[in-house]
Design a binder for this molecule. Structure first.
Ligand SMILES: [Zn+2]
Length: 984
């Protein structure tokens, strides 16, 4: 029916068109009846299609997608691997002078990331002219308004569509092939306008590694529908869904590739294509918007969103909407590459059931309600197809491209204005600069943060002399600073000042604002344990300085000719890099601070005797640590500093969190084994294999950790002939992903620690130790009345003598996100009543909150205690009580609290959203307990959050390198610590 109507329409039209360019003089196009009829067949309602996508023309010169792929784009039950998609794009380029393709960089697993550029043949032949214009507009230093207007008149905006960063969202890489074909070949005025006034950029898949794994799994399942099928376990090489949460540190290859490409082309718009929300959500967001954004950026989001939705609605599309999803606050998405670089960054969420499947779509009332921002909502129930998804995505993107082509001068002008506002920041809204003092005690972490800024293309300068300026570390009081020569200066009169200011500043998210979508605080100096001094007076820009060329490196090497060398402890993770680089060289650590040669060395200072000075120097230069020659070995207690064998544990359902641990470890070149939770129970002697076992936040509940994935028959995750990419080197494979840690695994972990291993458990995974009896004095509780979604919190090192704290100053800012809290008691575990109420203060009963309860039919507790003592005093009774025993091992020393949040609830928040601060003030965040011969260290924070928390890395690495001597510096055993869980 639909088909006949459409084709009868066509017959009356002149559809043969001669393309205008010499290169395509002999090319003709005519309706592709076969392709068109297939589109109409695969579309389930005309309301899910538009006049842009309900047909295709065939060119006599350029092959449409179906001839190359063997199926139309959006055909049911078929997905294409990345090589095939990129090969089709390359063929387009070989057949059309309007198309060029580039390899813009290799992924972690070595796959090409492709950039397809499409415009008129004339423009494509002169691309350098247009990138030259956008480069000038991108840095308008010294560019007059008139000169800028002349460039805007000659220039063309670049619109970059980026497919599938989230690999299970499979439609966009297919869609972009058809879109590329249309833009390259369609002779209608709509496409002529796009080719004449705009340059289209396409990256078919942003996450190329995950694309292949997803397609292999999908196609395998189609061929073997009865086999049990795992979900996509590793999307990219590291962090699954979080590959779109790398905007702050650009630690993943795909982020670096996008950022580098951005600098070469200076696109005007970047458009990320996602699939999760029905049917087509066009991003503008609810706000609160990121406070560093140029208002022009936000205006353009809104203008463009309404343009796209309006054009879809005009075509009768239902379920196209904007506004009510995502906030626009955190700059941690891939969109940050656009936002903070004066580019319009936007995204779509469109809808698919599963890959290229069709089926009945049933939506919740929340998804189908009529709202002011969704006057034509999606349907509660409808038969949905992969082609519907293609139609809506492709039409939306084409309308958006048409909008930018039509208003090309407006969008280029906005790009120029945002760039101009960025270089004006220093003298208008400020601050003028951030200064990184040359005498920061942690030059390794300082270099690390400066490298992050460099990856973001922020220019760094270096003061050639000493200078003074009034300034403040965000969140602290302003004071007069004396900066030594060599201090780094991040000038905020540069094109990417917004990026620097957003990373280094302090942010406040009001509880009255709409619900946050992701982390709410991220102050990078604080998370990195680096001094970043914000200076407001623009005079700082006149300080003599030179631009830093090349990557900032931490200073390293050995100074002084000696047989004994020292590395002063400074909580810099570079020390661990150095330790592992010389894994077989004996090293010791001073348990106390000492003075020598007129200099004070911190507790934790590394001492190396009688080693080759040249070998030490080479390793110290590479790792970025400074070795100082000593005349003698200091007379303080010492123990060995070890390079232990570390296991990082993952589960088989979500690899995002452990992925970030791997990102940081790999970046620091720290060796580790990557071990599955369900394998731990099968390793008979864990202790002989590992010294340290690291449990990243794998799962939210102990039950989830213990039970893992369920299923009736084995679910393999391993390479096969038709799935050769499931487990490349560095990832894991197994004949069966079912099961979790299990009771056997729990027992083996207990034995591992009892035999002298170190278990480090993070966040919800603390339950593996704390809820299973391995830490009798430490329990967990869920915070109540607390809202702290991904914040930067102020903490203090409360046990500076602990090896875990070596090199730290008393103040430390940490990442916290409302996870379980640690309660410490002296009398073993109390009864945890309904709702996890153990240690929550008194129970409901008689009296007031401070008076003792009266239990019916029995005397009071104190009367019963006195009676039981007989003639003994309480003190005498305590003395003759044997140490409590656990699992046959002797009870250890009381738990040691290494880090606590600050006492005053009003001081806890540095950045983000926090309500209920009383609940977490003064709460232990890092606690060490003894179990048998070994130790357990619990983290209520996440010390490896998205490679952003460099300041916390050393807490974990110190624990690991000192794992045999974590009792060093412990206070003599007195009354055990009792913690008031209410925090007051
Ligand atoms: Zn997504």
């Amino acid at each position: 029916m639909r088909l006949r109507t459409f084709l009868s329409c066509l017959t009356g039209l002149t559809v043969l068109a001669v393309l205008p360019l010499a290169a395509q003089q002999n090319c003709t196009v005519q309706p592709d009846t076969q392709y068109t009829s297939q589109i109409l067949k695969d579309t389930t309602l005309t309301e899910f299609d538009t006049s842009l996508t309900n047909h295709l023309n065939v060119s006599s010169c350029v092959e449409p997608p179906d001839k190359f792929l063997g199926h139309i784009v959006g055909a049911p039950n078929v997905l294409d691997k990345i090589e095939k998609i990129e090969a089709y794009m390359a063929q387009l380029a070989s057949q059309s002078p309007r198309v060029k393709v580039y390899d813009i960089g290799k992924s972690e697993e070595g796959r090409e990331t492709q950039l397809v550029v499409i415009s008129s043949a004339e423009t494509i032949a002169n691309l350098g002219k247009y990138t030259g214009i956008t480069a000038k507009l991108a840095d308008p230093h010294g560019l007059s308004k008139e000169a800028a207007e002349a460039l805007i008149a000659q220039g063309k905006p670049f619109y970059w569509a980026l497919g599938s960063i989230h690999s299970p969202e499979t439609g966009s890489p297919e869609m972009l092939m058809e879109l590329a074909y249309r833009v390259a070949t369609d002779p209608s005025p709509f496409y002529q306008n796009i080719r004449q006034h705009e340059i289209v950029m396409i990256t078919p898949a942003t996450q190329v590694d995950g694309r292949d794994r997803e397609v292999e799994l999908y196609n395998h399942h189609k061929a073997h529908p009865k086999e049990p099928q795992p979900g996509l376990i590793w999307w990219g090489h590291y962090v699954s869904h979080d590959d779109n949460r790398d905007g702050l540190t650009l630690s993943l290859r795909l982020s670096q590739i996008v950022m580098d490409t951005t600098m070469k082309w200076h696109p005007t718009v970047m458009h990320d294509l996602h699939e999760s929300v029905p049917y087509i959500y066009v991003m503008s967001g609810t706000g609160p918007y990121n406070p560093w954004l140029d208002p022009i950026e936000i205006n353009d989001w809104t203008q463009m969103a309404y343009y796209d939705v309006d054009h879809l609605n005009e075509q009768g599309v239902i379920g196209a909407w904007t506004h009510g999803f995502f906030d626009g606050w955190a700059p941690n998405y891939m969109l940050d590459a656009a936002w903070m670089h004066n580019i319009i960054g936007r995204f779509y969420e469109t809808y698919s059931i599963n890959g290229a499947d069709s089926g009945l779509s049933k939506l919740s009332s929340g998804e189908t309600s009529r709202e002011w921002y969704r006057p034509s909502p999606p349907l509660p129930k409808v038969y949905w197809s992969a082609r519907n998804n293609i139609n809506l995505q492709e039409s939306g993107v084409l309308y958006a491209m048409s909008n930018v082509a039509t208003n090309h001068e407006h969008f280029l002008r906005d790009f120029y204005l945002m760039s101009l506002h960025s270089i004006d920041m220093a003298k208008t809204e400020g601050p003028a600069a951030y200064v990184f003092p040359a005498n920061d005690p942690r030059p390794g972490l300082q270099a690390r943060l400066l490298q992050t800024l460099q990856r973001q293309k922020v220019e760094i300068s270096r003061a050639t002399g000493a200078f003074t300026a009034k300034g403040e570390i965000p969140g602290d009081k302003a004071k007069e600073w004396h900066f030594p020569a060599g201090s780094y200066v991040v000038r905020l009169d540069q094109p990417y000042s917004r990026e620097a200011a957003a990373l280094l500043g302090q942010e406040y998210y009001s509880p009255k604002s709409p619900r946050n979508y992701d982390d709410t605080g991220w102050t990078m100096g604080a998370l990195g344990n680096v001094e970043t001094v914000q200076v407001t007076d623009p005079k700082v820009l006149q300080v003599p300085m030179t631009a830093v060329k090349g990557t900032v490196e931490a200073p390293g090497g050995a100074r002084g000719a000696a047989h004994i060398f020292a590395i002063d402890a400074n909580a810099d993770p570079n020390i661990a890099m150095f330790r592992y680089a010389l894994a077989s060289t004996p090293m010791e650590v001073a348990e106390k601070s000492f003075e020598m040669a007129g200099r004070k060395f911190n507790a934790g200072t590394v001492i190396i005797r009688n080693s080759s000075a040249s070998a030490l120097n080479a390793a110290a230069e590479t790792a970025g640590v400074r070795l100082l020659g000593l005349a003698a070995v200091p007379k303080v207690p010492m123990h060995p500093l070890l390079a232990p064998r570390i296991a990082i544990v993952h589960n088989w359902s979500n690899t995002t969190n452990d992925g970030w641990f791997r990102v940081s470890f790999d970046e620091m070149k720290l060796p580790y084994d990557y071990v599955a939770l369900n394998k731990l129970g099968t390793i008979p002697d864990l202790r002989s294999k590992y010294d340290v076992i690291l449990l990243p936040p794998n799962d939210r509940s102990l039950a989830g950790i213990v039970n893992g994935v369920s299923g009736k028959q084995p679910i393999p995750w391993q390479n096969t002939a038709d799935m050769p990419n499931l487990a490349p080197p560095g990832l894991d494979s197994t004949p069966d992903i079912r099961g979790g840690l299990g009771l056997a695994g729990l027992q083996r972990l207990g034995e591992f620690v009892a035999q002298g291993g170190l278990l480090i458990a993070i966040g919800p995974d603390m339950a593996v130790a704390a809820d299973t009896g391995m830490t009798p004095d430490v329990t967990l509780r869920q915070p109540r009345g607390l809202d702290a979604p991904g914040i930067v919190a102020r903490a203090q090192i409360t046990d500076l003598d602990s090896p875990i704290a070596y090199g730290y100053s008393p103040d430390l800012d940490i990442y916290y996100s409302a996870g379980p809290l640690i309660s410490i008691s002296s009398g073993g575990r109390g009864f945890e009543g309904f709702g996890g109420g153990g240690n929550q203060g008194r129970a409901s009963g008689i009296g007031s909150v401070t008076s003792p309860d009266i239990l019916q039919t029995r005397p009071s507790d104190s009367v019963l205690l006195t009676k039981s003592l007989g003639k003994l005093t309480l003190k005498e009774a305590e003395k003759q009580t044997p140490a409590r025993r656990f699992d046959g091992g002797p009870a250890g020393p009381p738990p040691r609290v290494i880090v606590r949040l600050v006492k005053n609830p009003d001081d806890v928040l540095l950045s983000g959203l926090l309500t209920g601060a009383k609940e977490i003030a003064n709460q232990p965040m890092v606690v060490q307990t003894r179990h048998g011969e070994g130790y357990i260290v619990l983290f209520a924070t996440n010390p490896f959050r998205r490679n952003e928390t460099g300041g916390e890395f050393a807490l974990v690495l110190n624990a690991a390198m000192n794992y045999k001597n974590l009792n060093a510096g412990a206070k003599p055993k007195k009354t055990p610590v009792t913690d008031n869980p209410s925090g007051n």
